[in-house]
Design a binder for this molecule. Structure first.
Ligand code: GLN
Length: 462
């Protein structure tokens, strides 16, 4: 059924970069044989799951939607992919994304853009746009995305589905191709809070092979879904962010409607502000490119990635490379051909901000501000259990609308990057549609390792 749905939607939506038709069918038949033989089945037996193409899969390509890795198949599965398979899930394919997860619209993919299933002239959001569109178009009930600055939550909101960014360290990053290592975290996207709870339960957990994964038991997240009473729960509304200029009326309304729903469920609503939130986007757009410039240095045509000779077919060398050593000329030719322009922009910004003369002024300064941002969350969570606010300033924007204006694209991350800078878990919930019929989301954030609180409140809301 999932493969048939992919066949019907892929030509227009382009959610997938790879579909494992034969392998998925064989895996499904194996589950069926076990079922008929009365063998015990694992919890996700036969469940088709789509995986963002930034997560390593041993039996499928892992391209990061980049020409740099167009022909790359990793020798191993990411830990979270292995965990899902062990739970019985069938990995049906890999989903499209902004190149190396840099973007908010899936338009920077070298595999062609992905369309929003609600309105094909709009973006599905990004960078996990393919993962969100795969669920929203009904091909799979669950997909796995990654969120460095909002890339699970924003596409979930644009596509009218549920997305959860876990606590930094809740899920292993082994086999997640690094963009910004101190911010990256994988998480589930699904139709409902219950579905993402099931997904997170299967993928999460300590991994001794990832030194940043947290050695703590994963609580029973699925039982939190049964909550229908939020008595005694204090929810802080981020009023400052909602009242900001440029926030769409439909987004404001979604949050104020949600306040009423949570009040009816017994929660107490209070107003909270995170003082340094005006610095979230500038801080993120220093730290993320700095880490990216370092992480992406491995793609040089020798260690990893597309290799391009500095010589053309006639043996001539481009003028810009003529004076370079042959090895350096090969690196430069490979990186020039392999990376798209947004990735190059991030590498240049990050390299600049990390360079000897500017390190203190930019990178070190951003780290200090990051500490203040974390402090704001700590203070807020002394008096509230959860934070409520928008996911995005507006519903899904049009294809082509922001792609030539990096600043406009970066401002889409206004409400999401805080959770990554602080490492806290955050949930994007569908909250109805606007006048044009486009989905609008709301966001809940919780203290570190408190995913169960998010799931309980989110399930109550749904
Ligand atoms: N839009 C943000 C960026 O471009 C977030 C991306 C992400 O979370 N991977 O960096």
């Amino acid at each position: 059924q999932a493969l048939r749905a992919i066949g019907a939607t892929q030509p227009s939506i382009n959610a997938y970069t790879h579909v494992a038709y034969d392998a998925a069918l064989n895996a499904a038949e194996a589950v069926d044989r076990d079922r008929k033989a009365g063998r015990p089945l694992p919890p996700l037996a036969g469940l088709p799951v789509a995986i963002k193409d930034v997560l390593c899969t041993a039996d499928m390509p892992t391209t990061c939607s980049s020409n740099m890795l167009r022909n790359f198949t990793p020798p191993y599965d990411a830990t979270i992919v292995a965990n899902l398979k062990r739970a019985g899930a069938i990995v049906i394919g890999k989903t499209n994304m902004d190149e190396f997860a840099m973007g908010a619209s899936t338009e920077t993919s070298a595999m062609g853009l992905t369309r929003n299933p609600w309105d094909e002239d709009r973006t599905p959001g990004g960078s996990s746009g393919g993962a969100a569109a795969a669920v929203a178009s009904g091909t799979v009930p669950l997909s796995i995305g990654t969120d460095t600055g909002g890339s699970i939550r924003q596409p979930a909101a644009f596509c009218g589905i549920t997305g959860l960014k876990p606590t930094y360290g809740r899920c292993s990053r082994l086999g997640l191709v690094a963009f910004a290592s101190s911010l990256d975290q994988a998480g589930p996207l699904g139709w409902s809070v219950e579905d993402v709870a099931i997904g997170l339960q299967a993928m999460a957990g300590y991994d001794p092979a990832d030194s940043t994964s947290v050695d703590q038991e994963v609580p029973d997240l699925q039982s939190a879904v049964a909550t229908d009473n939020l008595q005694g729960v204090r929810i802080g509304v981020l009023r400052d962010s909602i009242d900001q200029e440029g926030v769409a009326p439909s987004v404001r309304k979604a949050v104020s409607d949600a306040e009423k729903v949570f009040t009816d469920l017994g929660a107490e609503i209070v107003e909270v502000s995170l003082r340094h939130s005006p610095y979230w986007v500038p801080t993120y757009y220093v730290i993320a490119p700095c880490e990216a410039s370092s992480n992406l240095s491995r793609f040089d045509g020798a260690h990893y990635g597309h290799r391009q000779s500095a010589q053309d077919a006639d043996g001539a060398v481009d003028e810009s490379l003529a004076k370079a050593e042959p090895l350096e000329a090969m690196y430069r030719a490979s990186r020039a051909a392999g990376f798209g322009s947004e990735v190059k922009r991030r590498i240049m910004v990050g390299t600049y901000a990390l360079s000897a003369g500017y390190y203190d002024a930019y990178y070190n300064q951003a780290l200090k501000v990051r500490r203040l941002i974390r402090g704001d969350y700590d203070t807020a969570f002394e008096s509230v259990d959860l934070l409520l606010g928008p996911v995005t300033p507006s519903p899904a924007f049009g294809l082509g609308e922001n792609i030539d204006d990096p600043i406009a694209m970066y401002l889409c991350d206004l409400f999401t990057v805080g959770a990554n800078l602080a490492g806290v878990p955050a949930l994007s919930l569908p909250a109805g549609v606007d006048d044009e019929g486009l989905p609008v989301g709301i966001q809940l954030q919780a203290p570190v390792m408190q995913e169960a609180k998010l799931i309980a409140a989110g399930a109550g809301f749904q």
